[in-house]
Design a protein around this ligand. Structure first.
Ligand code: FMN
Length: 138
């Protein structure tokens, strides 16, 4: 199975989770500046919410989803927002216009922001992300 892991990350939290997912599956996590191959079977895609975008995901991530090759078979979403947990739903919305199936089970853990959710994502978050990825990817 051809698995890809991509993430959008401003302060490194989502990148950390992406690395845990990628390590669990024996692939490399890359930022969304790196396109996916059209023959991707399963794409793990991560992002977060930012007030600067009206508590929404980064417009670059929206564009990335819009421009995904329609031949990508399945996507699994993960996120690390600090306050709100609907980042994955925000991503999901942009898949509605695509023929790409999105796995029902997504993954969210908190990411520290302004003293809130201190230390997250922590080791347990990374272990949980790896376990989730293995469930989806195997
Ligand atoms: C500029 C900025 C704005 C943020 N706005 C929100 C927000 O509106 N809602 C929220 O839940 N978290 C917010 N956060 C917290 C981030 O979503 C959280 O720290 C996340 O883990 C960041 O992921 P990253 O390190 O991969 O960029 C914000 C963080 C930053 C840096």
């Amino acid at each position: 199975m051809n698995i890809a892991v991509r993430y959008q990350s401003k302060t490194g939290h989502t990148a950390k989770v992406a690395d845990a997912i990628a390590n669990a599956l024996g692939v490399k996590a890359e930022p969304i500046t790196v396109p996916v191959s059209p023959d991707t079977d399963l794409l793990f895609l991560g992002g977060a919410l930012y007030m600067i975008y009206g508590c929404n995901i980064d417009p670059d991530l929206v564009k990335y989803i819009a421009e995904l090759p329609p031949t990508v078979k399945r996507a699994a979403l993960f996120g690390t927002s600090a306050l709100m947990t609907f980042g994955n739903k925000r991503m999901l919305k942009h898949f509605r216009t695509k023929a790409i199936e999105v796995c029902a089970e997504n993954f969210h853990c908190y990411g520290e922001f302004k003293g809130l959710q201190k230390g997250h994502p922590d080791q347990k978050d990374l272990d949980d992300a790896a376990a989730w990825a293995k469930r989806i990817g195997n």
